[in-house]
Design a protein around this ligand. Sequence first.
Ligand SMILES: C[S@@+](CC[C@H](N)C(=O)[O-])C[C@H]1O[C@@H](n2cnc3c(N)ncnc32)[C@H](O)[C@@H]1O
Length: 307
Amino acid sequence: MPQNKHQNNDSHHVPVLLDEVLECLNPQKGEAYLDLTAGYGGHAGAILEQTGNPDETVLVDRDENAVRELKKRFGDTVSIRRQDFLSAAQELAGEQERFDMILADLGVSSPHLNEANRGFALQLEGPLDMRMDSSQDLRAETIVNTYKEAELADLLWKYGEEPKARQIARLITGNRPFTTTTELAAVVARAWPGRSRVHPATRTFQALRIAVNDELQLLEHGLPVWLGLLKPGGRIAVISFHSLEDGIVKRLLAEAAGDRYDAELKLLTKRPITASPQELVFNPRARSAKLRAAVKINKEREASNAY
Ligand SMILES: C[S@@+](CC[C@H](N)C(=O)[O-])C[C@H]1O[C@@H](n2cnc3c(N)ncnc32)[C@H](O)[C@@H]1O
């Protein structure tokens, strides 16, 4: 198979929109970098190569396998934290840390999707788990087997935008208990007879994953804290993989970049950047990726320009 610059032989995860992230973050020698979802270090490795500044590099991930791989790859040259990105950012803010570049590449990694025992993939038989942080209590199994029908329907509608949320919630409560991903996917598929381009349980699995990992709440509360960690002139880039996430990123960045005289940010992307056809050949996971970026306004420079 031909090699491509987007491929990364050190991990099973190929970083998405790598060139575009580098263009938006524009790393300079000696700059400080915070990666809030460092995963297998694809983006972080490329950025570190350009900053050459491991002492001021912080890599965060809530998944223990990812953190183990990050430690193998970077040793203790950089600071690696196993935490969710909201509490990590709150702690860093308390420690008065500030960064020139911040990246959040949201969602799951390829190992999450490829390893059946993590329970994220609807076509691989595995336990109904879906936890990114395997030390947390809530698993998909608890939601599927214990939530009331109305609660389940709300969750499928809110986090999966599933038009047949009620019908699927009824099918789930009527066919309990479930132990595996494939059992659940087969029952959900009954709500959507006939052929479809995507598996009929895709939206249900997305909704469960978002609920198990509290993904939208953490993003909603995390992003404003991240902005506070940027130095003046610092750049932030966020990659999202579905419309619910992208909606939050778009709204919060736009609010901080609003027309007010005291706006905190300037948007670097008016519309989200998506993957090129070349990247999609090597990395189909990039299909739904959307990148938005902004720069923290340097008030001192703005003021000195004004006079
Ligand atoms: C798409 S992968 C990132 C891949 C990474 N950019 C790379 O190049 O290898 C997303 C990672 O974010 C982590 N993650 C997702 N939500 C998180 C959160 N709220 N806090 C910390 N890590 C999170 C996941 O465990 C996963 O490893």
